[in-house]
Design a protein around this ligand. Structure first.
Ligand code: NAD
Length: 372
């Protein structure tokens, strides 16, 4: 295979290494009409505070227009910092009044997992487009209920899978689609970090999280295994490991799972709240590609058997929210639709089912569900 097959500019990288550089694939055009959709963030915790609100200062097609919070002091702080008018501030009781607010087009649900379905459904009933954070719900039933509410409300639904707007991830998907390195034979995805925080946090409480590492980080590993071959798995076997049961009382600490894909492709994932790992490796018939880190807020790093890949860094959440806005404004592809969130929840449930059955093989009949 020749380098020119990449259709990229080949630059000279640090230390003389070849660097494949492309323009960002996302949101390359400028906002033609200047229309910015109004987003209301529901839940002003860590992700809203440190990622979404700053990203919304950079977005071209949407803006931070409103907030929903149960804490009046937070509301005052945010109102001042982001110039949010009183009429666009809601609490959990007044939330449904958002239906009368023409300045809010999209409700972004950034709450603990057990609240995703309730607030996504209430937003859809209020006639607002919905972005729901990952994991989409506590189970497949909740995912179905969210999808149905959005269909009934005639509103668009996106999942907070920021990596589908991220340039390294998009490049891997493009390599796979164009078979740049031939057919995928094996994929390995790890998504894990060490949790040592407050033992009372919602992520360790099964009733509020729905599960541990798998529900939190595991969805990234599932996602990367799937987009690294462009197919849904047809079966899974899984194992759970516990080394700190006094801390992980209710939720899974470490899980490994093996996927069987069509055409004989094999996948292996690891997710943990007790080890650090952040990597995607794809072995193909004519080469390989690797992202490490693969799941963090960026910049990611990418390498291939033909040399490194390199992209300018932009906030992933900016790209993600602009992509979803373009989906609403111009009918651009929805890069992370509800069906994708539901598909991943089916896989999550299959993994838990395999573990409960002592590592038994669980067959999956996903077809093309959630593939974009
Ligand atoms: P967080 O704990 O920092 O924030 C949660 C917010 O929900 C807080 O403001 C809290 O006050 C509020 N809340 C309301 N009712 C609550 C209740 N009963 N219990 C606990 N909190 C309650 O969490 P976070 O890290 O911001 O995560 C929020 C969501 O965003 C989760 O679903 C998480 O999976 C998702 N997330 C996604 C990414 C990503 O990269 N896409 C990154 C981080 C978090």
């Amino acid at each position: 295979m020749k380098r020119r097959n990449f259709n990229h500019t080949l630059l000279k990288g640090i230390g003389g290494a070849a660097v494949l550089s492309t323009m960002p694939l996302s949101c390359a055009m400028k906002n033609p009409q200047g229309k910015k959709l109004g987003i209301a963030l529901v839940g002003l915790g860590s992700y809203s505070t440190y990622q979404l609100a700053p990203a919304l200062q950079q977005t071209e097609y949407c803006r931070l227009a409103g907030i929903v919070t149960g804490t009046p002091a937070k509301a005052r702080r945010w109102a001042e910092q982001y110039n949010i008018p009183e009429r666009n501030i809601y609490n959990y009781d007044s939330f449904d009044d958002i239906k009368n607010n023409e300045e809010i087009d999209i409700v972004y649900v950034v709450l603990p997992n057990f609240m995703h379905a309730e607030y996504s459904i209430r937003a859809a009933r209020a006639g607002k487009h919905v972005i729901c954070e990952k994991p989409m719900g506590m189970n497949v039933e909740e995912c179905d209920a969210i999808i149905e509410a959005c269909e009934n409300g005639g509103v668009k639904l996106g999942i907070g899978y920021r990596l589908h707007s991220e340039p390294y991830t998009q490049q891997v998907k493009k390599f796979i689609k164009e078979k740049t390195f031939g057919n995928t034979l094996y994929v390995s995805g790890d998504a894990a970090y060490v949790s040592r925080g407050n033992p009372d946090q919602w992520r360790l409480d099964i009733k509020r999280s729905g599960g541990g590492a798998l529900m939190n980080m595991g969805v990234y590993a599932i996602q990367s295994a799937i987009y690294s071959c462009g197919m849904n798995p047809i079966s899974v076997t899984a194992q759970e490991f516990s080394t700190r049961p006094e801390y992980f009382k209710e939720t899974d600490e470490t899980i490994t799972a093996q996927f069987e894909f069509p055409e004989g492709v094999v996948g292996n994932i690891m997710t943990s709240h007790n080890a650090s790992a952040n990597r995607l490796y794809v072995s193909c018939s004519q080469g390989w590609m690797e992202l490490q880190p693969a799941n963090s807020y960026g910049p990611l790093r990418g390498n291939t058997s033909q040399g490194p890949i390199s992209f300018p860094h932009e906030r992933q959440q900016k790209l993600q929210m602009d992509d979803f806005s373009l989906h609403i404004l111009e009918g651009a592809v929805n890069k992370a639709p509800g069906a994708m969130g539901k598909r991943d929840m089916i896989v999550v449930e299959a993994i838990y089912s395999s573990i409960a059955g002592g590592g038994k093989k669980v067959n999956l009949e996903l077809g093309d569900l959630g593939l974009v």
